[in-house]
Design a protein. Structure first.
Ligand code: ARG
Length: 475
């Protein structure tokens, strides 16, 4: 008999024991025990993986002669019915049955009777949940990888449009040297490319099957773990049964990859927020990704960018959460590990939302080349080009050239003009050998065009980097 919620504390003393493990129990759990113990409200998200795992397990039991073909067929039929019921929203989840595994098993019993009880032969919820969760994380991993690819494609499309669009490059958020907007976009293509690599690495390491480890020690039944591993798309069974049920590295690595990805997204969003301010005006977000103010009619706020910047906290929090859950847990399974799911589900949902919103925003974003060019020429951004010219044309040592350039910059500053506005006589008061050729390097266009070293910002380099990136990242 399954225990039913009565709502009254006293009545709990007389509740029936759990139907799956209640053999040595006279009473059901206290209502509070049920509340702290139940995971069905969140682990119902594992239903498809749980049913998939059970189908593979049942088939293997039949093949190994552990289960009769008739029982196997009934189990398969029952599980498929349950899958349809859940998908149609008709399945009644019962918190008294704790988790997704026992909810499905109880329903299977009501559908097919005794054969349901044979499904759990050579299996425990410990290897079952480890298998389900791995499969779920693997799917999430694949969705996020696809999302990252879309985002890279959106960034590359911007880079193609703006391979030659000059903007100021910053260090310390102070104007440093001119770069191109395309080069800036391609920097993020690299960052999100490394994220894809992290997800791919994590996926490859995680793709081993815990199924058949049973509770922790393996089983006395003649099971075929390779068969279930293959059926579920795993590369191989996990080598050690104790490790199989107690390992959550796959979840930690997934969360670590999500965290680095989210922080990359947050850096890009911080830049977008800055670029959208009137002081910069480098980009304009579409109406679809902006919001207005209820009081200030002129406002156009980059809320999506701010929210993405903020959401990194949730994702990094989930990683910290699971690290602290796992820290100090002795082998093998402990119920603490049930706390692995909520933070991970939330982080995965958040990561997907971040990627979708960021891709949408980047696709629609319009660069404002005039504003970028105007600022690219301020702040003496071509001072390094002047110093390099002094080395190349006059043979000065770079340190001396640096000093001479510093004095010319301070001369321009005292006159309130940019470097290219100084006349040659002014410059010659600092270094007599400077000649007219120097003006060839003082414009921002000349500056970016000269940065042809590997990985540099010259427009021709950027165009080359784009075509290489498309190949490397399959875009
Ligand atoms: N709901 C449990 C979890 O998520 C399933 C495993 C329960 N195993 C056990 N030995 N109580 O971790």
């Amino acid at each position: 008999m399954s225990s039913k919620k009565t709502g009254s504390k006293g009545a709990n003393q007389h509740k029936g024991a759990n139907q799956q493990w209640g053999g040595r129990f006279d009473h059901g759990p206290d209502e509070i025990m049920e509340r702290i113990n139940a995971s069905i409200d969140f682990d119902r998200r594992l239903y498809a993986q749980d049913i998939g795992g059970s189908l593979a397990h049942a088939k293997m039991l039949v093949q190994q002669g552990i289960l009769s073909a008739e029982d196997g067929a009934e189990i398969e039929h029952g599980l498929n019915t349950i899958s349809r019921e859940i998908e149609a929203g008709e399945f009644v989840f019962d918190p008294a049955l704790e988790d997704i595994h026992m909810n499905i098993e109880a329903r299977l019993k009501s559908l097919i009777g005794d054969a349901a009880g044979r499904l759990h032969t050579a299996r425990s919820r410990n290897d079952q949940v480890a298998t389900d969760f791995r499969l779920w994380v693997r799917d999430a991993n694949d969705r996020i990888e696809a999302g990252l690819r879309d985002l890279q494609a959106a960034l590359i499309a911007q880079a193609e449009r703006h391979a030659g669009t000059v903007m100021p490059g910053f260090t310390h958020l102070q104007t440093a040297q001119p770069v191109t907007f395309g080069h800036h976009m391609m920097a993020y293509v690299e960052m999100f490319g490394r994220d894809r690599g992290r997800f791919a690495d994590a996926r490859a390491r995680a793709n081993e099957s815990p199924l058949g480890a049973a509770a922790l020690a393996g089983t006395s039944f003649g099971i075929d773990r390779k068969m279930t591993a293959t059926a579920l798309g795993f590369d191989r069974p996990m080598a050690n049964s104790m490790d199989a049920v107690s390992d959550r590295d796959f979840a930690l690595e997934f969360l670590a990859a999500c965290t680095v990805m989210a922080l990359h997204a947050s850096r890009l969003c911080e830049e977008i927020v800055i670029w959208c301010t009137p002081g910069f005006g480098f980009v304009r977000l579409s109406d679809a990704y902006s919001t207005g103010s209820s009081i200030m009619p002129q406002k156009r706020n980059p809320d999506a960018a701010e929210l993405i910047r903020g959401k990194v906290g949730r994702v990094a929090g989930a990683l910290n959460n699971l690290i602290l859950v796992m820290k100090g847990l002795p082998l093998t399974y402990a119920k603490d590990m049930q706390e692995d799911k909520e933070p991970l589900f939330d982080a995965a949902d958040t990561a997907e939302l971040i990627l979708a919103a960021l891709s949408g925003m980047i696709k629609d974003m319009e660069a404002v080349p005039t504003a970028m060019a105007a600022q690219a020429g301020t702040g003496y951004s071509t001072a390094t080009d002047l110093a390099d010219w002094l080395v190349r044309a006059l043979g000065l040592a770079f340190r001396d050239a640096h000093h001479v350039t510093g004095r010319i910059v301070s001369l321009a500053e005292s006159k309130g003009v940019q470097l290219h506005d100084l006349n040659i006589a002014d410059m010659q008061t600092v270094e007599a050998r400077i000649n007219q050729d120097v003006f060839d390097v003082l414009s921002v266009e000349a500056s970016v065009a000269s940065r042809v070293s590997e990985g540099g910002t010259a427009p021709e380099n950027v165009r080359q980097a784009i075509s290489l990136a498309k190949k490397r990242f399959g875009i």
